[in-house]
Design a protein around this ligand. Structure first.
Ligand SMILES: [Zn+2]
Ligand SMILES: [Zn+2]
Length: 282
């Protein structure tokens, strides 16, 4: 049986593999359809589509936008959108500019902590417009300050650590609005990031639905069975679509595989048609 994977990152944001390399892994994993969902950027989509034709894998145009609701950083996935829409891409460019203001501040703090790193080194390692903290983590690994990306975050980069710098982010409602304007379906990524459970979670997702949210990422690499069941129940109760994906990043998240997550992820290809139908009605 084939599977799908609707959450994948490439070198166009903070993944370590090119789109065509991700598609090669997807082919080996018997993935029949996938979405490249790079952070705040759509430039990886053409290469993915070309490779998709070659490997006979359906490529759904996607994106992942970071947002902040005042309490939690929420990531909003966009699917089946007009990824070449000019207004949408201008909006994404503005978001990336806010990262460009943040990254040098992070580097300053790392230098103040005694680490010999420069922003030029991060940019040349990243080789993309969408530079993020995982690139900084990789530089710290290369320079042997840490042995893993996780250690880089735990010691320096995560919220509350010495090199953490808050970022200006849109609200989830704004991110959903941009995706909708580009005729895409907006989906709440990894809902475990919502810092609320039970009734609080339901209230949060209900508000997002009112803002135009179309689905919830029920199936995800780190979800246990209880979480998957709870998010499925929530999506069904609110009449939201169910999606799923690995959040593959390559070397930055070495335990996550395309199509399989940590080994037990399986996203059913049947979830794809409702998503495409929803986008056709936008
Ligand atoms: Zn995310
Ligand atoms: Zn992601």
């Amino acid at each position: 049986m084939s599977r799908i994977d609707l959450h994948l990152h490439t070198t166009h944001s903070d993944g370590s593999l090119r789109p065509s390399e991700v598609l090669t892994l997807a082919k080996a994993a018997n993935v029949s359809a996938l979405a490249i969902t790079d952070h705040d950027i759509t430039t990886g989509i053409p290469e993915a589509m070309a490779a998709g034709q070659e490997f006979d894998i359906e490529v759904i145009p996607g994106v992942e936008i970071s947002s902040f609701d005042g309490q939690s950083e929420l990531h909003i996935l966009g699917y089946c959108l007009n990824w070449q829409d000019e207004a949408f891409n201008r909006q994404l460019a503005t978001l990336r500019a806010s990262r460009h203001r943040r990254n040098p501040l992070i580097i300053e703090r790392l230098r103040a902590a005694g680490l010999d790193v420069t922003y030029e080194e991060v940019k040349s390692l990243a080789g993309t417009e969408s530079v993020g903290r995982p690139h900084i983590a990789r530089l710290l690994m290369q320079k042997k300050y840490v042995t893993s990306a996780k250690e880089a975050f735990d010691r320096y980069l995560a919220e509350g650590k010495p090199a953490y710098v808050a970022r200006e982010l849109p609200t989830p409602e704004e991110a959903i609005g941009w995706i909708r304007e580009a005729k895409g379906v907006a989906v709440l990524a990894h809902p475990t990031w919502v810092k609320a459970t039970g009734e609080g979670l339901r209230t949060c997702v209900t508000a997002l639905k009112e803002a135009g949210l179309g689905g919830v990422e029920v199936h995800y690499s780190t979800h246990n069975k209880t979480q998957t069941a709870a998010y499925l129940e929530l999506a069904q109760r609110l009449g939201l679509l169910v999606t799923g994906g690995s959040d593959f990043h390559g070397i930055t998240k070495p335990d996550i595989e395309v199509g399989y997550g940590r080994g037990d992820l399986k996203v059913n290809p049947r979830l794809l048609d409702p998503l495409k139908e929803a986008s056709a009605h936008l």
